[in-house]
Design a protein around this ligand. Structure first.
Ligand code: IMP
Length: 428
């Protein structure tokens, strides 16, 4: 049975939540392996909208085991709030949710540090989600982080929290230190929040090995996107985890041979939220139209997303970095009304034409995309369920992308609902 990875190929917000939710219907296990509540995975079921920030998107499917891996940073109060909001009974989530003991906690001091760092950066701020993600991962690397398993022993937990908070005192203002570095208060609050999860903390790497041995269908759900990877993305305008498929192994505790299929999710145009390079950004009315029709406002922060046409130079990089076997194209219906559809096929930089992402970060800021325009189709694609029934101009658009990217597009999402999905090659 396959273990399948789903990753974002752009700057996040590609519509991964809907795809994971659709696939979770046939999966046995859904795993988050990186990120934290900076993610916002939106799932529509009937007329109900759910946004998952920390829970795996399979949580709505009874019988699916949902795993939060060791590579995730967990804000316990957000996790509690999310479980309440989706109204899954406690007896159900106790049965189907497992959290790695290795997952690091986001403490109030991490959120304060994130806010302080962004304020210090001023005009050159990253535009983080202010959820404490970067500082929590920084503490992990500095070996002063606090982990889920630490909550199982109050004395040990206190030692770890103290070490973590002591390191923050010089970095925050006096009032912030009073607010977020009080060891007694933080220990008390965190242990109270962690108590209901004591029975779900597990060695999730072992659990996944066992699931694979039993030939279970496992789905690894990436958060953010390739271009936000801490190493391979548009550094320093990135998140602090490994968002690419390689992140699955370290973030979920599985070996490279335990992955069978890697699927990249690409929106039919490009968006980015927060600062940083975005070669195919359109700052004109076309960009504003994409934002309006696509409802491009952050699921986590509500910020308007920057919009532009598809960028094949960037996508080819994503294909290579993730070893993509196939692509799922989302939000196709957003393009329905356009006379022509732009596609960035190369970049111009300093009078040169380049077809690869520039190695020099200074060049990424200067590149200008070379556009090719494909004919629009000017009709609704939202209700269409088979590839053959798509208008010829859509099929031409999709085949052009497949040829240029050298990867098959095996699923097409046109519309918000679970059912609005064309499946050309079933996953499970
Ligand atoms: P952080 O992950 O909160 O540290 O934010 C770092 C960068 O990643 C910022 O540009 C955020 O806007 C971006 N980011 C983080 N999570 C997401 C996401 O789920 N979708 C899109 N962008 C994200």
């Amino acid at each position: 049975m396959p273990s399948v990875v789903i990753v974002g190929t752009q700057w996040g917000d590609e519509g991964k939540g809907k795809i994971v939710d659709a696939l979770a219907a046939r999966a046995d296990v859904v795993v988050r392996f990186q990120g934290g509540d900076n993610a916002g995975h939106t799932v529509y079921s009937g007329d109900k909208k759910y946004v998952f920030h920390i829970l795996p998107s399979g949580i709505l499917r009874p019988g699916v085991m949902c795993v939060i891996g060791g590579g995730v940073v967990v804000n316990l109060s957000k996790l509690v709030g999310e479980l309440k909001a989706i109204q899954v009974p406690e007896t159900q989530w106790r049965r189907c949710l497992r959290i790695s003991g290795e997952a690091h906690l986001i403490l109030p001091c991490h959120i304060a540090m994130d806010q302080a760092a962004e304020a210090r950066r001023g005009a050159s701020r990253i535009g983080t989600t202010l959820r404490g993600i970067g500082p929590a991962y920084a503490d992990r690397a500095a070996r002063i982080g606090v982990r889920m398993a630490d909550t199982l022993n109050a004395g040990w937990f206190r030692t770890q929290v103290r070490a973590c908070l002591d390191a923050k005192r010089g970095c925050l203002s006096k009032s912030q230190v009073r607010e977020v570095c009080d060891v007694d208060r933080v220990v008390k609050e965190m242990l109270a929040l962690a108590r209901p999860f004591a029975g779900v903390i597990a060695d999730t790497g072992q659990l996944l090995a066992e699931a694979r041995r039993k030939r279970k269908k496992i789905l690894f759900e990436g958060a953010q996107g390739t271009m936000l990877d801490v190493d391979e993305g548009t550094y320093p305008y990135v998140t602090s985890s490994h968002t690419i498929a390689g992140g699955v192994c370290v973030g979920a505790g599985v070996g490279p041979h335990d992955i069978d299929r890697i699927i990249g999710v690409a929106k039919a145009y490009t968006t980015r939220v927060g600062a940083g390079p975005f070669p195919s950004e359109l700052k004109d009315t076309t960009g504003a139209t994409l934002r309006r029709i696509g409802g491009e406002y952050g699921a986590t922060t509500g910020r308007p997303r920057r919009c532009g046409w598809l960028d094949l130079v960037q996508l080819r990089r994503a294909v290579r970095l993730n070893s993509l076997d196939e692509i799922v194209l989302t939000k196709l219906d957003v393009l329905d009304g356009f006379d022509r559809i732009g596609v960035g096929v190369a970049y111009r930089v300093g009078g040169r034409r380049v077809t690869e992402w520039p190695a020099n970060p200074a060049d990424i800021r200067k590149v200008k995309p070379e556009w090719e325009y494909l004919p629009g189709w000017k009709c609704s694609t939202a209700g269409i369920r088979t590839f053959a029934k798509l208008p010829p101009a859509v099929r031409h658009y999709i085949k052009t992308l497949e040829k240029r990217l050298n990867v098959p597009i095996t699923m097409i999402s046109a519309g918000k609902d679970r059912s609005q999905l064309i499946i050309r090659k079933p996953v499970f």
